[in-house]
Design a protein around this ligand. Structure first.
Ligand code: F6R
Length: 240
């Protein structure tokens, strides 16, 4: 792991954007794994600005998102499909057919999850996977568990995640389950760019970087990745 502690989320967005920009310049048809949530918004804005100015293009890029809520129409304002389009895809020159998110409304969940992992493989695998972290140490929606998960699967969300994310939903409207890439899918990425900002992530960051590797802190698996760049701001690094 390469750990970069920077003063502000804005600085992290610029450095992380440099990594994605360098990859797409080197390999215009690269495959990116993306994340949702508050953390990556600055990075998406930075990348969209660079695309607008002509510095980089996503026209041959393929993307796979980490996760999506179950039983929420894609048109819902809180679906990750909507999030990604509003915050990023609608602002860049990516082709819609190259954009992939798990289908939280799939009828045959198992077949869909298998097909999602196959599609990642068939696209050549993930060149860079972007990650954030939950206050409970989750990555994607891999919640603390007895074992590390493997491929994409359906997960029941924990109370802690429901509490964190229900601020976006009307009362009791937050879905209780989601589809997420599994730990093996995430770890198969050639490179991982991880971002954590803010004091509320400090405990998860401490456990992930300084604790032992355990499925009870899913992000701790990144200690074993061959090329993970860990960006944390001063606030998230405050318990190290
Ligand atoms: C969402 C995802 C999650 C988030 C995490 C942090 O696609 O992968 O693991 O990264 O819940 O969310 P924020 O950034 O909102 O604190």
């Amino acid at each position: 792991m390469r750990i970069r502690i920077l003063d502000t989320p804005e600085q992290i967005a610029k450095e992380a954007a440099d990594i994605f920009a360098a990859e797409v310049k080197k390999k215009p048809d690269c495959v990116f794994g993306f994340a949702t949530g508050a953390t990556p918004v600055l990075l998406y804005t930075e990348l969209a600005d660079r695309c607008k100015s002509g510095d980089i293009s996503f026209k041959d890029v393929t993307t796979f998102n980490l996760d999506e809520y179950c039983d929420l129409p894609v048109s819902d304002k809180n679906s990750y499909y909507t999030f990604m389009h509003e915050n990023f895809f609608n602002k860049i020159d990516i082709k819609e057919e190259n954009v992939h998110l798990p289908d939280g409304n799939a009828k045959d969940v198992e077949a869909h999850c298998k097909a999602y992992d196959e599609a990642i493989k068939n696209a050549g695998g993930l060149d860079i996977q972007l990650l954030g972290v939950g206050t409970n140490g989750h990555i994607g929606f891999n919640e603390p568990a007895k074992e590390f998960s493997k491929g994409t699967f359906k997960v029941e969300l924990t109370e802690s995640t429901i509490k964190s994310n229900s601020i976006y939903f009307d009362e009791n409207q937050m879905p209780r389950s989601a589809l997420t890439m599994g730990i093996d899918t995430i770890m198969s990425a050639e490179k991982i760019v991880f971002i954590a900002t803010g004091e509320n992530k400090a405990d998860a960051v401490r456990k992930m970087l300084q604790g032992k590797v355990t499925p009870l802190v899913p992000a701790s698996i990144l200690q074993k990745h061959k090329d993970a760049v860990i960006f944390i701001d001063k606030a998230a690094a405050s318990m190290l």
